[in-house]
Design a protein around this ligand. Structure first.
Ligand SMILES: Nc1ncnc2c1ncn2[C@@H]1O[C@H](COP(=O)(O)OP(=O)(O)O)[C@@H](O)[C@H]1O
Ligand SMILES: [Mg+2]
Length: 255
């Protein structure tokens, strides 16, 4: 008999194809005027289907990647921050702030990106050197971690978010800070447990699943890193990811 986790992973894998059909179908209806023009209401419904299909796709891929991590599969390759952050921002904003996501799509230039993001209260603190530097990291896993932290920050922010990326003590450091209602220290451990959500009813109608942080913690730990939280009620929340950089990294690439 198949192991339970393998069965689940097969199921996630099988969900990929129908989700692609839904997402590409609805995107083509939205983008191609040759199907005829859409009324405002029709477009609203289609956008909602598109958002939800994309959310489901991300969730399915996250679950598959989690399965890989738990089997110890880590694929570290040299990647530039500039090749992951614009895509992550586009993905999270596509779901929460469609206007802003359209504006940043395909913008790879750091200064330009930073300036557009300020419209949405987002500060991207990173030096141009780090933006273009290559780090040995598992691309899918780091994207999944940062995406989950950013989507939480966007969900909970009042006015602003700050994303900081730097190299610190031979670690890759990324922090995501928001100015939302914060998290009482009582829950600092709990929120990393699967299915735990502090608020049962969220203002946002696209509800989460309480799996994002649990997954991010597993990924970070599988990569030998740390996921820290600094927060208190009324003081916003700051999540800090620290990933040790393999020795070969700097030697190999610095040449
Ligand atoms: N930035 C944040 N500010 C306040 N609460 C947060 C923040 N990030 C996460 N949380 C709390 O932790 C819970 C778990 O987060 P997560 O695992 O990402 O699940 P989900 O986003 O699906 O609810 C959330 O439901 C929320 O209560
Ligand atoms: Mg979440």
């Amino acid at each position: 008999m198949l192991q339970k986790s393998l069965k689940l992973n097969l199921l996630y894998h099988e969900l990929k194809s129908p989700l692609v059909v839904v997402e590409t179908g609805v995107t083509s209806l939205l983008n191609r005027s040759r199907y005829g023009s859409l009324s405002e209401k029709q477009e609203k419904v289609l956008r909602r289907i598109q958002r939800n299909a994309r959310t489901a796709q991300l969730l399915v891929n996250d679950m598959l990647e989690l399965g890989c991590a738990q089997k110890g599969i880590i694929r570290e390759i040299p990647i530039k921050v500039s090749s992951i952050i614009p895509e992550i921002l586009w993905q999270v904003l596509d779901i929460t702030n469609h206007n802003l996501s359209t504006k940043i799509k395909d913008v790879l230039n750091l200064t330009r990106l930073q300036s557009i993001l300020t419209e949405g209260g987002i500060t991207l603190s990173i030096s141009s050197e780090i933006w273009e530097k290559e780090f040995y990291l598992d691309k899918r896993k780091i994207k999944q971690i940062i995406r989950n932290l950013m989507s939480n920050a966007l969900k909970h922010m009042k006015n602003s978010i700050e994303i900081t990326i730097k190299e610190q003590n031979n670690c890759f450091m990324c922090s995501v800070q928001d100015d939302g209602k914060g998290i009482t220290p009582k829950y600092h451990k709990k929120i990393f447990e699967a299915y735990f959500q502090m608020d049962k009813i969220e203002e946002n109608n696209e509800r989460g699943h309480g799996l994002g942080l649990a997954g991010a913690l597993i990924l970070v730990e599988e990569m030998g890193g740390e996921l820290l939280l600094e927060s208190d009620v009324g003081k916003g929340a700051k999540f800090i990811v620290l990933l040790p950089l393999p020795e070969k990294l700097n030697e190999g690439i610095a040449k």
